[in-house]
Design a protein around this ligand. Structure first.
Ligand code: NAD
Length: 481
């Protein structure tokens, strides 16, 4: 793609540039080349978006649930009709492979919006409680008002959809603030939905976190904030929202353990911990990546051998080719962060089992300026190392041996994070005990990274989720007669 296209915000049903005229470059991480420009919005744009969302709220929230469902089904249809284009944009924008965006993400969005349409009725269900012959309690669910969804760069369309679809189904109006590293697909969604949703019901405002995200978070016109992002940003947003005491939902990072017991089916466990759990899953840039692989000692060497073989077959390169199995890192900053951990791991004394290279030598000339890191596996027995404790958010994992179930639980839970865990075993008793005792929001047994219901973390992985009920609050009434 040679032409650099400029995209606009969606505010109050209009496509608008940033009010101060600023733009940011959007870089294709596979080639390192600028391929689009996005608005660099500021406080004035934040204010305009809040005003538009507030103006649209009475009519949208006052509509019968069936009316909102009708609109959301139309949105689902837009995703179905434009799936190919949106998948390609997302791939160019953040380096997520076309095999992932076209086969997994976009088909999932049609389902998600249709599902949100079906759940509109759950948002208007209340309870009735009998307190005696002349006293009846009732509840009704109400939307918060204006919901701000702040999203990360690693899976923009899915995260935008998870927040917007359920917040809208519940009767809120919505402002989405995409991540500056990967905004284009969200702005294209705005263009496509401009004619589908009433003006101001969905607004999309692009720019930097501190320039436009912060004024949105602080605004009295915003009634709830849902962030998917890093714990550091979550701490900033928690402080910024303190003055207005608004409710938050924080879906944050992880350092998830993927645990292989000696009785596991190794034909499943070896690819299970090496491919879609981490390396071929968006080059490890997924919040619930299984980046700490715990292996019971009797099968430790055999598993390492199998994992090395699988990793050697992972193919980097053209993100639009179905042959490629792992893409680049999203941006230069993130590339530098990920590669710094290769040095940190070596300095800490972790043993390099496989990988460790990065840069142009991994790909052809066309991709030489992209941000490439080889799938890399360290081994250690010391879970206190930084490579075991810190979220790297790239194709770097660490393997730790263990002897007993008790030790596996202790190692797995020895983390500030608690997003997800995987367990590979053929013993149902082991699986059930691990499910109960792992301090994480999700546990997968003999699989990893499949549908989750709900997705919610523990500890510094955050709290709250994206569901219709999470975007409503329950109001109580007591009637005496
Ligand atoms: P990030 O925290 O740097 O940015 C997330 C969003 O916050 C961006 O839109 C950014 O512009 C915005 N932001 C930054 N500062 C802000 C401020 N002061 N006020 C308002 N908004 C601000 O995260 P990232 O690097 O884009 O994404 C990676 C992180 O997201 C990882 O930690 C990953 O684990 C996490 N993540 C979690 C989930 C989940 O569901 N739990 C899913 C995907 C990603």
């Amino acid at each position: 793609m040679t032409q650099v296209r400029e995209y606009s915000n969606l505010i109050g049903g209009e496509l608008r540039p940033a009010s101060e005229g600023g733009t940011l470059d959007s870089v294709n991480p596979a080639t390192g080349k600028v391929w689009a420009k996005i608005p660099r919005s500021t406080a004035a744009d934040a204010e305009a978006a809040v005003e538009a969302a507030r103006k649209a709220f009475p009519k949208w929230s006052g509509m019968p649930a069936a009316g909102r469902a009708h609109y959301l089904r139309k949105v689902a249809q837009v995703f179905a009709e434009n799936a190919k284009e949106l998948a390609e944009l997302e791939t160019l924008d953040n380096g997520r492979l076309i095999t992932e965006t076209a086969k997994r993400d976009l088909p999932g969005m049609t389902y998600l919006w249709t599902n949100a349409a079906a759940e509109c009725s759950a948002a208007v269900e209340g309870r009735s409680v009998d307190f005696g012959p002349a006293s009846q309690g009732i509840t009704r669910r109400e939307p918060y008002g204006v919901v701000l969804g702040i999203i990360p760069w690693n899976s923009p369309i899915s995260t935008l959809s998870a927040k917007a679809a359920f917040a809208l189904a519940a009767g809120n109006t919505v402002i989405i603030k995409p991540a500056e590293q990967a905004t284009v697909s969200s702005l294209r969604v705005g263009e496509l939905l401009r004619e589908v949703l009433p003006p101001g019901v969905l607004n999309i405002v692009s720019g930097l976190g501190d320039e436009v995200g912060d004024p949105l978070v602080r605004s009295r016109g915003v009634n709830k904030v849902s962030l998917t992002g890093s714990p550091d940003t979550a701490r900033i947003i928690t402080r910024a929202s303190a003055d207005t005491l608004k409710p938050l939902a924080l879906e944050l990072g992880g350092k998830s353990p993927n645990i292989v017991f000696a009785d596991a089916d190794l034909d499943k466990a070896a690819p299970g911990v090496t491919t879609q759990a981490i390396f071929t899953a968006n080059a490890g840039q997924i919040c619930y990546g299984g980046s700490r692989i715990l292996i019971q000692r009797p099968v430790y060497e055999e598993m390492l051998g199998r994992m090395k073989e699988i990793m050697a077959g992972i193919k980097l390169g053209d993100t639009l080719s179905p042959e490629t199995t792992m893409g680049p890192i999203v941006s230069r900053d993130q590339y530098e962060r990920v590669t710094s951990y290769l040095e940190i791991g070596a300095k800490e004394g972790a043993e390099l089992i496989s990988g460790g290279r990065f840069g142009a030598e991994l790909v052809d000339e066309v991709h030489a300026e992209g941000y490439w890191v080889e799938p890399t596996l360290f081994a250690t027995e010391d879970n206190s190392l930084r490579v075991c404790q810190e979220e790297i958010f790239g194709p770097v994992a660490v393997v730790l041996p263990f002897d007993t179930e008790e030790e596996a639980i202790k190692l797995a839970n020895d983390s500030i994070y608690g997003l997800a865990a995987g367990v590979w075993t053929t013993d149902l008793g082991t699986a059930q005990r691990m499910f109960r005792r792992l301090d994480t929001g999700t546990v997968w047994v003999n699989t990893y990274r499949k549908v989750m219901f709900p997705l919610e973390g523990t500890k510094e992985s955050g709290y709250g989720n994206d569901s219709v009920l999470a975007y409503t609050r329950e109001k109580a009434g007591l009637f005496e007669f």
